[in-house]
Design a binder for this molecule. Structure first.
Ligand SMILES: [Zn+2]
Length: 329
């Protein structure tokens, strides 16, 4: 297949904060962009971005040619299996239990299929009609073609964006939309190539895994957290893996933290209550023992009185008998 250069656009400012000034960072060859890849770093918000970049039309043309994740049945089964590990990790790190999950950019549905196995109620969003059709056919998944098609007022407990955010032209706008679809206690889980390890990608001969026409923005833990904050999220877990060269972030709306603090407060009160309860129970036990002892003493006294009464009766009886005998005489 001959690679044709695709339509591009030139940015007048940063795609995150619109600031017009940026420092040149580096240039990499790329067949899909006539000019190659020129990277700049915004002098205001420090995000690294491609300029010029593919236009939206160019992006769609490129995605339509994409053959990634087109697997045979054996590889597909392995892909789902491997993604169960991802869901397991997310559950462990976020303390979430299976609920409603949305995978944005779900492609052929492997992550959703893995989550469904673990009990999640799954929904996907996928721009590529080809990939979405395959996900529906292979796994019977519910896939929408855009975020605006999602049913209203049905917030998700988990939203995953696995290798998606680095493809976005307007990340703040899209992540803000996700904030509207996330429940007050829900979690947004994101994974992207880690720009911090860009040199390592090059050293390993995998430069195209990070520097390519379809990645208009590059993220470090700091810049992705900053973008998330602009979209209304708080980052609560961050991992930049030097082994896998990936950046994983878990974020949530501030309400999740408030909810967790509230839950902690209730938990603390419960501990106090149980402690008070234990003290009361001890005091009650002591009182019971005392009452039992009192009852035993009363019982002993009653017996003594009964004995005395008996003796008195005996004496009286003797006295009466003697009087009767006297009368008989
Ligand atoms: Zn900026």
């Amino acid at each position: 297949m001959t690679i044709q250069a695709l339509p591009t656009e030139h940015l007048a400012g940063c795609p995150v904060c619109n600031h017009p000034q940026a420092n040149f960072v580096g240039h990499y060859p790329e067949a899909y962009l006539e000019e190659g890849l020129s990277l700049y770093q915004c002098t205001a918000c420090a995000i690294v971005y491609l300029n010029p970049r593919l236009s939206l039309l160019g992006t769609h043309m490129l995605e339509d040619q994409s053959l990634v994740y087109q697997y045979d049945e054996v590889t597909q089964a392995q892909a789902v299996q491997a993604r169960e590990g991802i869901i397991d990790w997310i559950e462990a790190m976020t303390e979430l239990t299976p609920g409603r999950m949305l995978d944005v950019g779900c492609n052929r549905g492997y992550l959703l299929a893995a989550a469904a196995r673990r009990g999640w109620q799954t929904t996907g969003v996928e721009l590529s009609q080809v990939a979405a059709a395959e996900a529906r056919k292979r796994f019977g998944l519910t896939i929408y073609s855009s975020l605006s098609d999602l049913p209203k007022n049905q917030p998700f407990d988990l939203i995953t964006c696995w290798h998606v955010v680095e493809h976005l032209h307007e990340p703040v706008q899209m992540l803000s939309q996700l904030a509207e679809s996330l429940s007050p206690t829900g979690v947004l889980a994101i994974q992207v190539p880690a720009y911090r390890f860009a040199d390592e990608y090059v050293r390993r001969g995998n430069s195209s895994h990070i520097f390519c026409a379809s990645h208009p923005v590059h993220y470090t833990a700091e810049t992705l957290s900053m973008v998330l904050a602009k979209a209304g999220f708080e980052t609560f877990y961050c991992d930049e893996s030097a082994e896998h060269l990936l950046l994983t972030i878990y974020a949530a709306k501030p309400s999740r933290q408030l909810y967790r603090e509230h839950l902690n407060e209730i938990h603390q009160k419960l501990i106090w209550f149980e402690r008070d309860h234990a003290t009361l129970a001890q005091q009650l036990q002591a009182m019971n023992t005392y009452v039992q002892r009192l009852e035993a003493t009363i019982e002993a006294k009653n017996q003594h009185i009964a004995q005395l009464e008996h003796r008195l009766q005996t004496i009286n009886n003797g006295h009466i008998m003697r009087l009767l005998n006297k009368l008989k005489r």
